[in-house]
Every structure is written in C-alpha cells, then in structure tokens.
Design a protein around this ligand. Structure first.
Ligand SMILES: *Cc1c(COP(=O)(O)O)cnc(C)c1O
Length: 425
C-alpha cells in the first residue's frame, strides 16, 4: 500500500469520507486522493514524495504559488504579534482601504473568513436592503454552501428552485429562482413576470465552478439593465475571479459596476479570508449601523489579513497580470492543440490566470453544455496526467489555475505530458 492509501484509510476512521471538503475525496474521478506533505512555488509533493506541477493552487487562492517567501514572512511576523484579538486592528483598515481603492464599485467592505460567509451575508444584506425575498442564481454557478444557494433548477421556466442538498428546507429553496447561464430571454421573462419581488441576482461573472464558462456581453448587460430597472441588486460573486482574472477583477473586464461584490480565495493568499462590499448606502444596512445582522469571531483575523495584504501588494506589480495571462493562454492553447492533434474532441479557454479544459468541440456556454462533456475521457485524462506528475482538479466541473510561480519550463513539461496522455486515451 502506498502512503497515500494508508493515510486515506486512516482518515476515514474519524473524518467523514476521509476529507474536510467533498471534492477532495476523488469521488468524481475515482482512485485515492493525494495527501500533500508540502508545496513550494508551482509544485506540491504528496505523502509518497511524488512531485506534481499544481494547477489547483488550493482551488484558486495561491496566485503566487505555494509558500511565497514574502507571504510566509508576513504571516510569521503577524502571528508572532498575536493570532487573533476579536477587536479592531490597523491592518484591517489597510486591507479595506486597498480593496476599495482597487475596486471602484466597492465603497465599503466587511471582512469575513470564507467565501460562503461572504455570499450568505451579501444575500441577507440584499434582502434586508430591498425588503424582498427572491433571489436569482444560475445553474452551474457555485456560491458556497449556505441554504439559499444550494438550490438546483425547478422543473420549468418561472418555477422555483428545489434544494440540491438534503437538509435545506423547501421553504428556503423556493425563494431561489434558478436560471440558465447566458440565457437572456429567460432572464427577461422572469423579470417581466416578478421583477418587483426579486432582491438580487447573484452570478459568477466568469463561471469557474462548472469548468470555465464565459458570459456573453449581452448576458452581462442584461443583468445590469434588468436589476437597475426593477430595483434589484446585482451581486458579482468574485470569490474566484477576484484578482484572478485581472487586477480590476471580472467587473473591470466587463466594464460593469455591481451593487455588491464578494471576494475570497486570492485576497487571503491561502489563509481563511473573504469579504463582501459595495455601495455605501447598501452597506449602511449592516450591523452595527443597520438592521441586517452579520458577525464573526475571527473576521479580519490579523494573520489572514497579513497574508492578503502581502499577496495583493505582489500582484499589483506592473505587468503581473500580463505575464500570468499570457502564460495561462499559452497553456490553454497548447492543450487544445495537443488534444486535437491526437484526434480528440477537445477545447480549452483561459481568462487571466484561470483556464478551462473540455472534452467538447467548443468551449461550453451553459451548464447543459458542460454536462454533455465526455466524463470518462476526462477522468482518464486526469489520471494520466496525475501519473505524469501534473495535478489538475479531481473533477471535470472545475476551472484550473496557473500561478506566477509556474515557469515556461513547467508549462512546456505539462504540454508534453498532456500530449503523451492524449495519445494514449
Ligand atoms: C469558492 C467559492 C465560493 C465559496 O468559498 P469558500 O471559501 O469555499 O466558502 C463562493 N463563490 C465562488 C464563486 C467560489 O468559487
């Protein structure tokens, strides 16, 4: 038995499924999850000391790669001064100032500890601000695991959502309307029928939780126009895209000013840190200023804030995103070329430091198109690359992430490995 197999057996004794977050269990792709012992730059090493080029990056946060020395130093320095106070610190103000400076739509911001908390709080705030209950989300977008957001599509247009998890009351799910990503006509029909009851649209502005799916320009414009017309709020869930697709986030690339934005992943540099913020008149409804309650023992944790500040400083260096985006595009184009050269039905796409890889003829536009992708083939591709020492997310429904630490040689090695795997599929 390998060390990974031994650890997986041991883990299952006291941890449900052996993991602390479900996708880690390799359920979608089969096989034994890798238990990581350490990471440095673009690489991770598992319990059997096998090295992988890592394209998961802790599911997005590690845009500088693993254990960047300046981030580690900032964390060590902060930890030595105190792990947590449950009281305000100066560094929190620095981070809030920086976030509001970097994102013009953000006039006020509150720090929390996870993306789930950020989206859950943004939705409560949107409901409290508008006095309405209904929420629009899109099929295939993931916004964390709070009750209102674990909802799948109902049976037809204008029907309400059904819980997509046991334990979510139908009475909660029924306030969530689940629509198809990129379907402008459907969105218009829902606003025409019940626009006065809708508190907010929440959207992944580039969807990275059903592989990578881009929004059309018409879809983006329609979300902003319809919410404005009907007095609903537009929430950009940038937990994944924030400071990942560019320094101005997805909203900068779209030229859209959302009412609220949620952030996470990159802004914590690998520590538990997330945020929600936006219009000052909306944020004024949050406690202690207003009637919408939200709180957190570890919110604005000084060690996490130090990691976030160090990360945001480093990614603000001139040319950072030009270089990261060019490298990520080179990977996506190379994968697509290698797949097609081997006769596979395969395509790939990239936005900033995020990429998608699909066993479909073209990049998908919706959840239905992602689901039509060849899953057994992806799983064989995943395991082939794993064997070759390349670590992709263990499921077809995930975007991949490149970091500043990935070298040209890492990209070239990955493409060579992919070509070998494609030819064996
Ligand atoms: C990861 C993610 C979340 C949830 O963040 P957690 O920190 O895992 O709770 C929410 N929204 C989006 C778009 C995400 O990618």
């Amino acid at each position: 038995m390998t060390k990974n197999e031994q650890l997986f057996q041991r883990a299952q004794r006291h941890i449900p499924g052996g993991v602390n977050s479900p996708v880690r269990a390799f359920g979608a792709v089969g096989g034994t999850p890798r238990f990581f012992a350490r990471g440095a730059g673009a690489y991770v090493w598992d319990a059997d000391d096998k090295r992988y080029i890592d394209y998961v990056g802790s599911w997005g946060p590690l845009i500088l790669g693993h254990s960047h020395p300046e981030v580690v130093a900032a964390v060590q320095e902060a930890a030595a001064k105190g792990m947590s106070f449950g009281a305000p610190t100066e560094a929190e103000i620095d981070l809030a100032d920086l976030l509001c400076h970097m994102l013009p739509s953000m006039q006020q911001v509150r720090l929390v500890s996870s993306g789930t908390e950020a989206t859950m709080s943004a939705i409560r705030l949107a409901r409290g601000f508008t006095g309405r209950d209904k929420l629009i989300k899109f099929e295939g977008c993931y916004h964390g695991h709070s009750d209102s957001l674990l909802v799948k599509a109902g049976s037809g247009l204008l029907t309400f959502g059904n819980p997509s998890s046991a334990g979510v009351p139908a009475a909660v799910a029924e306030h969530t309307v689940v629509l198809s990503y990129n379907d402008v006509a459907q969105l218009e029909a829902v606003f025409a029928a019940q626009g006065d009851q809708i508190a907010a649209i929440i959207v992944e502005p580039f969807c990275g939780n059903m592989n990578l799916v881009r929004p059309s320009a018409e879809f983006v414009a329609a979300m902003r126009r319809l919410t404005e017309q009907h007095g609903a709020l537009l929430i950009y869930d940038e937990v994944m895209t924030g400071f990942r697709v560019g320094l101005g986030c997805a909203q900068g690339l779209h030229g859209i000013t959302p009412d609220l934005t949620t952030l996470g992943k990159v802004i914590g540099g690998g520590m538990p840190l997330a945020a929600f913020g936006g219009r000052a008149d909306v944020m004024a409804k949050i406690a202690p200023l207003g009637p919408v309650y939200q709180a957190g023992t570890l919110s604005g944790n000084p060690v996490a804030v130090a990691a976030g500040l160090a990360t945001l400083k480093l990614i603000s260096a001139p040319g950072f995103f030009d270089s990261l985006s060019a490298k990520t595009l080179r990977l996506a184009e190379g994968l697509q070329a290698a797949g097609r050269a081997a006769g596979q039905t395969f395509s790939a796409d990239a936005v900033g430091g995020m990429f998608g890889a699909y066993f479909t003829a073209q990049a998908p536009q919706s959840y239905a198109e992602v689901m039509a992708s060849d899953k057994p083939r992806f799983n064989a591709f995943f395991h082939g690359l794993l064997e070759e020492g390349v670590y992709l997310a263990p499921a077809l429904y995930e975007a991949g992430f490149v970091s500043a630490a990935h070298s040209d040689a890492d990209i070239a090695d990955t493409l060579a490995a992919a070509a070998r795997v494609f030819s064996r599929l």
